[in-house]
Design a protein around this ligand. Sequence first.
Ligand code: 3PG
Length: 213
Amino acid sequence: MSNVSETIQKMGVVPVVVLNDAKDAAPLAKALCEGGLPCAEVTFRTDAAEESIRVMTTEYPEMFVGAGTVLTIEQVDRAVAAGAKFIVSPGFDPEIVDYCLSKEIPVYPGCITPSEVAQAVKRGLKVVKFFPAEQFGGVATIKALAAPYVGVKFMPTGGVSAKNLESYLSCDKIVACGGSWMVKGDLVKEGKFDEIKALVEEAVSLVAEIRNK
Ligand code: 3PG
């Protein structure tokens, strides 16, 4: 696995972040760092994504930040220029994947069918996103997909939370889970960064507990 995939695996959980205002990026990064999970997938679902990545990575250099919901090559360029260390897409877009590979940018496309995993394998990818995880059968589907594609591991997101994290992280085909449950939109909007920090701390202890079993 690449260094970036190894870092993601070490984290165990990647907070999926939707920021409407880049002014929230610094206090959020602080909460994530203090909570013990200096990591985020900042989604390009809002116009604030690029600036938020820039703020997080410059003001908190220990933050390991990737860009999520990347749907165009232009977004890849903007994300990387802002400091993103990896690119995540909800689906498998060959144009985006090939562009990232040509620039040696770590990329995690969403793959939920054998045909999509096959395209990833053909390009040498070792870790792919599995989204939306719960709706597409969760761990059972991942295990079935991983059986023929022995070298591939998955990063499920979509419907993962503290409640079902153990079932996912107990599977050796899963490197880490992404999720928004620690960084809910209303908590960010209301400036409840202490609550976010507490949810992050809970997730960090949960990962340690699951992995030490
Ligand atoms: C993603 O983009 O990975 C998902 O929207 C995260 O899903 P969740 O909100 O159910 O955690």
